[in-house]
Ligand binder design. Structure first.
Ligand code: G3H
Ligand code: 13P
Ligand code: ZN
Length: 332
C-alpha cells in the first residue's frame, strides 16, 4: 500500500471547494508520456496553478501504472525544483470502470479516482459508486462519479448518442452515492470529432464548422439543486483550428475536426464546474509540432530533436488553458 500522501500529492477536496467559491476551474490534463508530464508541471508552476494529472486505463496499459505513479511523485519534486514551494498536484484515475481498478489505484498512490458507472442503470451506478466511495474515503481519496452519458467513446463505455444529465436525479444520486464531484453531460464529448458536420452550422465568412452550444440551462438547473457541489466537464478540448491546420499541412488527415468553443468553457469555469478535462488538445499540439518538425528537418532522427518542440507546444497550450480559459492561475 502506497498512500498518495507519501508521494506529496493532494486529493481534490480543498482544491474544488476553492475553485467553486472562486469561480474558476482546475485543469485536468491526461498524460501518458514524460514530455506531457514535464509540460504540465512547467505550465502549472509558471502560472501558479493547481493541477490534476489524470491517467486512463489505456494510459496505465500503455505506460505502466507503477511508472506513472512514480512520474506523479517526480512531478511533485520537479515542481519544487522549479521553485514552487507548495505544489498542489492530484493524481487521478480517469474513467475507472470497476471497483477493482479504483482500489488498485487507491492502493498505489492515486489521490483521486473516477468511477464511471454512467452506462449502468441508475441504481447500479449508485451502488457501484457507493462501494468505491466507501473504500476511497477510508483512505482520504476523493471520488468523481458520472451521471448522464457523453456521445463518443469513454474507454469501455460507448454511446452513439448523448444522454444529457437529468437535473432531477442529481440530488438523490450525490446524496446516496456519497461522491465528491459529479461529471455531467451537457453536450461535450470525447475526441477530436465532437460533432458531425450535420450537427454544426458553417460560419459564412470562414467556412469553418460552428458546433451547437452547450446546454447551460441544464448546468444552471443542476447548480440550483446542488449549491456549491463540484461539477466536472469531460470532453472539453477545443480542437484548436491552427493545430489541425498544421497537422493537415504536413501530411496529416483530420478533416472537419471540431471541439468545444473556448468562450463556452470560460463561461462554464465561472460556474460550479470546477474540473475541466483536456486530452485531445494535448495530442493535437504534440502531433502538430512533430509533423511540422519532420517536414522541416527530414534528416533528424534523434527523438529529442522532435520531442522538444512537441513539449514546448503542449506547454504553450496548457498555459493558455490555465490563464485564458479556466482562470486557475495565481492560486498557489
Ligand atoms: O476520456 C478519455 C481520455 O481522453 C483518455 O483516452 O483511453 O485513449 O487514454 P484513452
Ligand atoms: P477530450 O477528448 O475533449 O480532450 O476529453 C478528455 C476527457 O474527457 C478525459 O476524460
Ligand atoms: Zn472523459
Amino acid at each position: 500500500m502506497t498512500s498518495y500522501k507519501e508521494l506529496g500529492l493532494v486529493n481534490t477536496r480543498e482544491m474544488f471547494a476553492k475553485a467553486v467559491a472562486g469561480g474558476y476551474a482546475i485543469p485536468a490534463f491526461n498524460f501518458n508520456t514524460l514530455e506531457q508530464m514535464q509540460a504540465i508541471v512547467q505550465a502549472a508552476v509558471e502560472t501558479k496553478s493547481p493541477v490534476i494529472m489524470q491517467v486512463s486505463k489505456g494510459a496505465r496499459n500503455y505506460a505502466n501504472g507503477t511508472i506513472l505513479r512514480y512520474m506523479a511523485q517526480g512531478a511533485v519534486e520537479y515542481a519544487k525544483e522549479l521553485g514552487c514551494a507548495n505544489p498542489q498536484i492530484v493524481l487521478h484515475l480517469d474513467h475507472g470502470d470497476s471497483f477493482e481498478l479504483c482500489k488498485d489505484c487507491i492502493d498505489n498512490g492515486f489521490s483521486s479516482v473516477m468511477i464511471d458507472g454512467s452506462a449502468l442503470p441508475y441504481e447500479e451506478n449508485i451502488a457501484l459508486t457507493k462501494k468505491v466511495v466507501e473504500y476511497a474515503h477510508a483512505h482520504d481519496v476523493t471520488v468523481e462519479a458520472e451521471l448522464g452519458v457523453l456521445a463518443g467513446v469513454e474507454d469501455e463505455v460507448a454511446s452513439e448518442v448523448s444522454h444529457y444529465t437529468k437535473p432531477e436525479e442529481v440530488e438523490d444520486f450525490s446524496k446516496r452515492s456519497g461522491c465528491d464531484s459529479l461529471a455531467i453531460s451537457i453536450g461535450t464529448s470525447h475526441g477530436a470529432y465532437k460533432f458531425t458536420p450535420e450537427q454544426c452550422t458553417r460560419d459564412p465568412k470562414t467556412g469553418k464548422l460552428v458546433p451547437p452550444p452547450l446546454a447551460f440551462d441544464i448546468l444552471h438547473e443542476i447548480e440550483k439543486r446542488l449549491p456549491g457541489f463540484p461539477i466536472v466537464l469531460h470532453g472539453s478540448s477545443s480542437v484548436p483550428q491552427e493545430e489541425v491546420d498544421t497537422i493537415n499541412a504536413h501530411g496529416g488527415k483530420l478533416p472537419d475536426a471540431v471541439g468545444i468553443p473556448e468562450e463556452q468553457l470560460r463561461e462554464a469555469s465561472k460556474s460550479a464546474v470546477c474540473k475541466i478535462n483536456i486530452d485531445s488538445d494535448s495530442r493535437l499540439a504534440m502531433t502538430a509540432a512533430i509533423r511540422k518538425h519532420f517536414d522541416e528537418y527530414p534528416s533528424h532522427f534523434d527523438p529529442r530533436q522532435y520531442l522538444k518542440p512537441a513539449r514546448e507546444n503542449m506547454k504553450k497550450m496548457y498555459m493558455h488553458k490555465i490563464i485564458d480559459v479556466l482562470g486557475s492561475n495565481d492560486k498557489l
